[in-house]
Design a protein around this ligand. Structure first.
Ligand SMILES: CC/C=C\CCC/C=C/C(=O)SCCNC(=O)CCNC(=O)[C@H](O)C(C)(C)COP(=O)(O)OP(=O)(O)OC[C@H]1O[C@@H](n2cnc3c(N)ncnc32)[C@H](O)[C@@H]1OP(=O)(O)O
Length: 300
């Protein structure tokens, strides 16, 4: 069921290069990795595939906070497509190589002071990322080793399973309302599927960022572990899910996610127009600028 890039309307995403060219320049020289390990890396994401287990680890490496810029999202989708098309890969662990942050969500700079065409291109890339991950045939586990607001939380929610590191400083949630913006229906649907309607309604209206124990209590994350156990736990979970016959697990996943995915695909263009109209409003631009100012002031 994964949606092929090539099936997308021409020119909508990934203007950069053919599949054969992806990541070639940055490929690891032979001999640096164990024989059963393949790696590819671009600027913002590192992927290592262990062909003996069939599990890839994707590490976000876009400091300072792994914000989801257009370039990041493009790399993310290309990496996903490469793995999806690789018969040696059946499972994916997504984690961060940046200390203390999994992902800070959508890059706010992509939503400020740009043209309507840019907003449309950016939003299409956000949609594409979600569609690919939500419809993936792979077992997907988010190994959340840092804070994960808004779009970062969406990536985690879109996976099959979420494991978060216990740390009193880490937060996770869909805090869009705090920025004066609105989580779109497919963010909301993904959230509701994980935590239920009542919890999602309260959390979304208040734009809550949950502590790790709270996130665990409401079902936003499935498990909490100490930092040093995260990798081991994520590998164990993927192995458990991969022990089932692929076709049975994949068809079940597809059945469980079909309604939400179909709804989004049916309203994709309308959703882009809605985003462009909303984000172009002066009042929304002002809210986002004030939020960025607040982030910078917090540091000083
Ligand atoms: C109709 C539909 C309409 C709209 C839908 C839109 C949906 C939007 C979804 C989103 O994802 S919006 C983004 C929401 N994200 C946030 O609110 C997170 C903000 N960031 C933080 O809370 C923190 O940065 C942190 C992730 C907790 C990390 O804290 P830390 O103290 O480690 O870093 P610091 O805050 O100092 O940030 C470093 C640096 O990075 C800049 N930054 C942070 N987040 C973003 C971001 N999302 N986009 C762009 N830039 C970001 C921050 O300003 C600092 O920059 P500086 O060094 O130049 O000051």
């Amino acid at each position: 069921m994964p949606v092929s890039l090539y099936a997308s309307p021409p020119g909508v995403l990934f203007p950069r290069g053919s599949p054969q060219e992806w990541g070639q320049a940055a490929r690891q020289p032979p001999g640096l990795l164990p024989a059963q390990c393949r790696a590819f890396s671009n600027n913002k994401i590192l992927v290592e595939l262990d062909t003996s287990s069939g599990v890839a680890t994707m590490k976000f490496k876009s400091p300072p906070v792994n914000s989801l810029s257009l370039d990041f999202l493009t790399e993310f989708c290309i990496s996903l497509e490469k793995l999806e098309n690789d018969r040696a890969c059946r499972g994916l662990i997504i984690t961060s190589a940046v200390p203390r942050v999994f992902s800070s969500g959508l890059d706010i700079n992509e939503m400020c002071g740009k043209s309507r065409e840019h907003y449309a291109e950016f939003w299409r890339a956000v949609q594409e990322m979600w569609i690919r991950l939500y419809s993936s045939n792979m077992v997907t586990v988010a190994a959340i080793n840092g804070s994960s607001p808004a779009g970062g939380c969406l990536i985690a929610l879109t996976c099959d399973y979420r494991i978060m590191v216990e740390n009193p400083k880490y937060i996770i949630g869909l805090n869009e309302a705090q920025l004066g913006i609105v989580a779109p229906f497919w963010f909301k649907d993904t959230f509701v599927k994980a935590v239920g309607h009542r919890v999602a309604e309260r959390s979304l209206q208040l734009g809550l960022l949950h502590s790790v124990p709270e996130a665990h209590r409401i079902g936003l994350v499935d498990e909490v572990v100490p930092e040093e156990k995260l990798q081991e736990k994520a590998a164990a979970v993927v192995a458990q899910w991969l022990a089932l016959p692929d076709h049975a697990r994949q068809l079940t996943k597809s059945m469980m996610r079909k309604a939400v995915l179909d709804h989004m695909l049916a309203h994709r263009e309308e959703d882009i127009q809605n985003f462009v109209n909303f984000i172009s409003k002066d009042s929304i631009q002002k809210s986002l600028s004030m939020y960025m100012e607040m982030l910078k002031k917090k540091k000083s």
